[in-house]
Design a protein around this ligand. Structure first.
Ligand code: NAD
Length: 244
């Protein structure tokens, strides 16, 4: 299928990596369903896409709520009839601190968005793709999903969980024509990292600089394309060598 006829659903589409990926997928001619709980940011991404002649809709949703996930899946199907690409990307960082100082409320919210949200997206979109017998999913994990992340322990746990979901989904659904991979970015300059010291050379590893959102979205675009037809269950660092 040509990318022109494909439908892509992107969560966390209002900002950062999700916005870059939405713009890139739309510029390839895909119809995009933008999902974010911040309506202002989501509508802004949609305007940027429409200015460039792209086709899309915005759906306000909180990925941690089952009914919201059902509603954006339904909106995609009602509007465009299929979901060919799903970028399961929305996430939050939480407030940094040593593990013993992390609150229970913060733990619950990070796990609800970063892990349950990814699970709910997989659950509902895999059902659609199973019927289609085709589809590609990219989950956003993190460098913190493959190694320790001091002061962001709960975040690291949630992103390790995304790796477990990705590998299992790939094995369960690969035989049904669906590919599921995860990207593991290092530091990326987005709203999430605003106010953090992103130019600390040690934190950035061999690249000695953080990534732009486009440098991450490039990999998402590749994974979503037929060029990546033999990639399934891969956990892909996009971190300038940070975790090497
Ligand atoms: P960002 O804050 O710029 O964008 C995240 C978007 O997700 C925002 O528009 C926000 O409104 C939305 N969002 C948050 N919670 C949501 C919810 N419950 N429901 C719906 N939308 C929600 O952040 P980003 O840096 O682009 O992060 C995107 C993903 O990349 C996240 O999963 C993040 O953990 C991951 N990541 C980021 C970095 C980094 O350094 N920025 C590194 C590794 C992984």
């Amino acid at each position: 299928m040509h990318s022109q006829n494909r439908v892509a659903v992107i969560t966390g589409a209002g900002s950062g990596i999700g916005r870059s990926a939405s713009l890139q997928l739309a510029s390839q001619g895909m119809k995009v369903v933008l999902v974010d709980y911040d309506a202002g940011l989501g509508e802004e991404t949609l305007s940027l896409i429409k200015e460039k002649g792209g086709d899309g809709i915005f759906v306000q949703a909180d990925v941690s709520q089952n009914r919201d996930v059902e509603s954006f899946v339904k909106a995609a199907l009602d509007t465009y009839g299929s979901i060919d690409v799903f970028f399961n990307n929305a996430g939050i960082l939480g407030t940094p601190g040593l593990l013993a100082d992390q609150s229970e409320e913060m733990f619950d919210r990070i796990i609800a968005v970063n892990l349950k949200g990814v699970f709910l997206g997989l659950k509902h979109v895999l059902k659609v793709m199973e019927q289609q017998q085709s589809g590609v999913i990219v989950n956003t994990s993190s460098a913190a999903g493959i190694e320790s992340c001091p002061h962001l322990g709960v975040y690291a746990a949630s992103k390790h969980g995304v790796v477990g979901l990705t590998r299992t989904a790939a094995v369960e659904y690969g035989p049904k024509g669906i590919r599921i991979n995860a990207i593991c970015p290092g530091g990326v300059v987005t709203n999430m990292t605003k106010g953090m010291d992103m130019n600390n050379p040690e934190q950035n590893g061999p690249a000695r600089r953080p990534a732009s959102p486009d440098e991450i979205a490039n990999v998402v675009r590749f994974l979503a394309s037929d060029e990546a037809s033999y990639m399934n269950g891969a956990i892909i660092p996009v971190d300038g060598g940070l975790t090497s």
